[in-house]
Design a protein around this ligand. Structure first.
Ligand SMILES: Cc1cc2nc3c(=O)[nH]c(=O)nc-3n(C[C@H](O)[C@H](O)[C@H](O)COP(=O)(O)O)c2cc1C
Length: 160
């Protein structure tokens, strides 16, 4: 039987909440991408050029923040939902760190996100491509800002 999986990164908790709600709505397993060094409030001051997150956006094509090494067996998961906060119209580079550590060949990844207002996911999807094999299908899901009921989430997810 095919299973669903929700994978997420969340620095401040917003995406985590959506990931948990989505996993509950579609009865999926859930996996968190965890940074070795947790993000502090100061790290997340994204308008400040000296903050960690600003620097990670600026260096996202060359640098890979370290993630906690956790076991993940992707066998049997056909559809994988991948969520994160939009950082500078793209995915945080820690998501690239994660994708480069695992083999998503032949899998379908549906991207979702939270944001401070950006509703477009095309830049985020584009930023993930260099970290994936040619046989991985990446689909633009949606930005899940605002309130979503379980039924709305399940309804949205089933057609992807
Ligand atoms: C470094 C950084 C860059 C961001 N860039 C954007 C952006 O380009 N567009 C946007 O709408 N929000 C942006 N945000 C806001 C986050 O996407 C938003 O607060 C998100 O919901 C945080 O999710 P989290 O609590 O799961 O970390 C940025 C936040 C950070 C820290």
């Amino acid at each position: 039987m095919s299973k669903n999986l929700v994978i997420y990164f969340s620095a401040g908790g917003h995406t985590k909440l959506k990931a948990i709600q989505l996993a509950e709505a579609i009865e999926a397993d859930i996996f968190e991408i965890e940074p070795v060094k947790k993000y502090t409030k100061a790290d997340l001051l994204w308008m400040n050029p000296l903050s960690r997150s600003f620097r990670e956006v600026a260096t996202r094509k060359s640098k890979r923040p370290e993630i906690v090494d956790k076991e993940l067996d992707l066998t049997g998961y056909n559809k994988i939902f991948l969520g994160f906060p939009i950082w500078g119209w793209a995915a945080p580079s820690i998501v690239n760190s994660f994708l480069e550590k695992h083999d998503f060949s032949g899998k379908t990844i549906v991207v979702f996100a939270t944001s401070g207002g950006t509703m477009k996911l095309d830049g985020s999807v584009k930023s993930l491509i260099p970290s994936l094999s040619e046989t991985t299908i990446v689909k633009e899901g949606r930005v899940l800002n605002g309130e979503w009921t379980k039924e709305e989430l399940a309804d949205w997810a089933k057609d992807l």
